[in-house]
Design a protein around this ligand. Structure first.
Ligand SMILES: C[S@@+](CC[C@H](N)C(=O)[O-])C[C@H]1O[C@@H](n2cnc3c(N)ncnc32)[C@H](O)[C@@H]1O
Length: 255
């Protein structure tokens, strides 16, 4: 049997309480925002990367879109399946690692929200390669000119929050922009050690470009406070809206 990764272990155990998190309470307004921002035509196809319990995927399917939700955690996916059945909608659920999953040219839009998989580093993940491979897979999966919306951890807030003592004691790596912490996935369970990557806007533009897309907008994107507005340096998340180029990226094919 292959060893479960840390995030899989964390989210399998967190799944029963995931939707108690306050940041999950704005799904309807977020779906409105996504439909507009992704310029979705009726019945468009959407890829939801790191879909979790499927709250966006299910709401978008309810509005008539053809949605694929991928996630590493079977615990999160079984909640998603049950919720979709209860809502009477069809979503194509796939258990997959977002660093390895692409369906070339299949989608009119993609989302990767509340980090999804982006920057949630497994034990062996490289802090640059992990997010880049996810963006490349999103880019490959999109049709030309299609857009993606991602919300990712804000590295500026990490720089402002952590101290030199945090660096010395291994809670924050300022060279990789990685926070290391331990959380119990649910009350009563032992903590799981996890690594989460923050990003700065210039780097996001570069990563998006390396993946064969261009950044259309970078906004403040903290869950519960989405809007077309400037990034607040202390907020938790940045929203990236990216568009796939009309042809292959300069210098060769996207991987
Ligand atoms: C914070 S939850 C966000 C869920 C959902 N997008 C939302 O907005 O509610 C992050 C999800 O990403 C999944 N995930 C983490 N790393 C992943 C990876 N490498 N590939 C696919 N899914 C991953 C986790 O299992 C978890 O369900």
């Amino acid at each position: 049997m292959t060893e479960r990764g840390v995030w899989e272990e964390f989210f399998d155990a967190h799944a029963p309480v995931y939707e108690e998190n306050v940041f999950t309470r704005n799904t309807l307004a977020e779906a409105d925002f996504l439909v507009e921002e992704l310029s979705l035509q009726p019945e468009a196809s959407i890829l939801d990367v790191g879909c979790g319990t499927g709250r966006h995927a299910i709401e978008l399917a309810r509005r008539g879109y053809a949605v694929t939700g991928i996630d590493l955690s079977s615990g999160m996916l079984s909640r998603a399946e049950a919720a979709a059945a209860a809502a009477g909608v069809n979503v194509h659920w796939v258990r997959a690692d977002a660093t390895r999953f692409a369906l070339p040219g299949a989608y009119d839009g993609a989302i990767c929200l509340c980090e999804g998989a982006f920057g949630l580093l497994g034990r062996a993940d490289d802090p640059i390669e992990q997010p880049l491979s996810i963006l490349r897979n999103i880019s490959r999966s999109l049709k030309p000119m299609a857009k993606a919306v991602l919300t990712v951890l804000n590295g500026a807030a990490m720089f402002r929050k952590f101290t030199n003592a945090d660096v010395a004691e291994g809670r924050f790596d300022p060279l990789a922009l990685v926070e290391s912490s331990e959380y119990p996935p649910r009350e009563g369970l032992p903590p799981v050690g996890v690594r989460e990557r923050g990003f700065v806007p210039t780097e996001l533009r570069l990563l998006v470009r390396l993946a064969g897309m261009s950044a259309v907008s970078l906004w403040g994107g903290t869950a519960g406070n989405w809007g077309r507005r400037a990034l607040d340096l202390d907020e938790i998340e940045i929203m990236v809206v990216a568009r796939k180029a009309s042809g292959p990226p300069a210098g060769g094919e996207s991987r």
